[in-house]
Design a binder for this molecule. Structure first.
Ligand SMILES: Cc1cc2nc3c(=O)[nH]c(=O)nc-3n(C[C@H](O)[C@H](O)[C@H](O)COP(=O)(O)OP(=O)(O)OC[C@H]3O[C@@H](n4cnc5c(N)ncnc54)[C@H](O)[C@@H]3O)c2cc1C
Length: 386
């Protein structure tokens, strides 16, 4: 990001703050809440407004775990790390559910179904299911198509559900009591003597600590994130409201590349289509839709939901932050130990966001270990298939 001498003219008033959070998505607002619970005073600065990034553009699937099949996760990360990640996801859901209950956030506990598009994928699901059972998890296996739409098998997690993610971010913001400075982009961070100077559009902040929750946009904030968090586009379509629901679960298939649910007003949402369009969707922070991906979504709508005749009412895109190994990154900047971060959600912010924010806040403010999420791990060790 660059800034002109007219925009940053040196006249921005200085504002002393305790802990400055950058970014007001679901992670930044959850981080503000975690910071408050550690007895500190959070202030959030946000370039746009609450949930105008990926947090307000996602499909709202609250799925426990990563969409990597459980046995693949064990093969990639090892058993202990996989259990730790799954536990972080359970903790994330517990934190979201507190907010959902306290603030009336719309949520439907309709479960999630990881569906097989082919017999080969069904065989993978059987192995994933066996690995989950062996770890004491309690998913439900469907041998055959539970939806009557031509799938081959499914793993159901009944505890999962569909949320309104913008309401969730506002709930976390309210619960945190944080002051939000919206429309206030960060231009530069500089280490000071016992504080961090953060130059933004409206103010020059002098902060005791700074926590970056800028996900896909992190490399524009600091070069440390170049190659560590890669902006990657995801796209969705939504039909006009239907007379009756076409599906009653958070369904996803083709190894997580396709996903579909009803919204709260009876629209069918279908997301995905990136697998066939990876070069165009990779390494971009342009959140316009493309004909290539939307064409795949249209075809999927016709193929799996031929009974749905309502027109497509809306199409949108958002930018996710992918890490080389598929796990979020928590740590502090090597050149600024008072600047922490919770970034790189790999399209799973609702699965991992709140607990990752909590771990990042504790790491920055108390020195607690970030465990499996530590950005100091060897990121080339567990290459993820994105
Ligand atoms: C189409 C789509 C579908 C998805 N579906 C799901 C799903 O069903 N389930 C799921 O778990 N996840 C899903 N995701 C992923 C999920 O949306 C993200 O993982 C999550 O929103 C990440 O939250 P965040 O707060 O880290 O990022 P964001 O919401 O992107 O927030 C980052 C914020 O930082 C701000 N920012 C950036 N730079 C600066 C700066 N210099 N100064 C100030 N502010 C700045 C941005 O404006 C933005 O508001 C999906 C994503 C997309 C795009």
């Amino acid at each position: 990001m660059s800034v002109s001498v007219w925009q940053a003219d040196g006249k921005q008033p200085v504002r002393e703050v305790d802990v400055l959070v950058v970014g007001a998505g679901i992670v930044g607002t959850a981080a503000a809440l975690a910071i408050r619970r550690l007895g500190r005073e959070p202030v959030i600065t946000e370039a746009r407004d609450v949930a105008l990034g990926a947090s307000g553009r996602n499909a709202g699937f609250m799925i426990t775990g990563l969409d990597a099949y459980y046995h693949h996760a064990i093969a990639r990360y090892g058993h202990d790390a996989t259990r730790e990640v799954y536990a972080l996801s359970q903790r994330t859901h517990a934190l979201w559910h507190d907010l959902i209950s306290a603030h009336g956030v719309r949520f439907e506990r309709i479960g999630s179904m990881l569906l097989a598009e082919s017999e080969a994928e069904a065989a993978e699901l059987r192995d994933a299911y066996a690995a989950m059972l062996a770890d004491g998890l309690t998913p439900v296996f469907h041998d055959g198509d539970p939806l009557g739409r031509g799938y081959c098998a499914a793993i159901e997690q009944p505890q999962d559900g569909a949320v309104q993610p913008v309401e969730l971010a506002y709930a976390a913001l309210r619960e945190s009591g944080a002051v939000l400075v919206e429309n206030n982009e960060l231009y530069a961070i500089e280490p000071g003597d016992g504080y961090v100077t953060v130059r933004t559009r409206k103010y020059t902040f002098r902060a005791q600590k700074v926590l970056l929750c800028t996900n896909a946009y992190s490399m524009y904030v600091h070069p440390y994130f170049v190659g560590k968090v890669i902006p990657t586009r995801a796209q969705v379509l939504a039909t006009a409201p239907l007379d009756k629901p076409a599906i009653n679960t958070c369904g996803y298939s083709d190894y997580g590349y396709m996903y579909y649910r009803m919204d709260f007003d009876g629209r069918l949402l279908i997301g995905g289509g990136r697998k066939q369009n990876k070069p165009a969707e990779h390494d971009t922070s342009d959140d316009r839709t493309t004909a290539g991906v939307q064409g795949i979504l249209d075809a999927y709508l016709r193929q799996r939901f031929p009974d749905v005749t309502a027109p497509v009412e809306r199409r949108w895109a958002g930018i996710m932050g992918f890490t080389p190994d598929g796990l979020p990154l928590v740590g502090t900047l090597p050149d600024m130990p008072d600047v922490g971060f919770a970034v790189g959600f790999n399209g799973h912010g609702l699965a991992m966001g709140a607990a990752t924010a909590e771990v990042a806040a504790a790491h920055l403010l108390t020195g607690a270990s970030p465990g499996v999420l530590s950005a100091q791990r060897d990121l080339s060790l567990w290459a993820a298939e994105h």
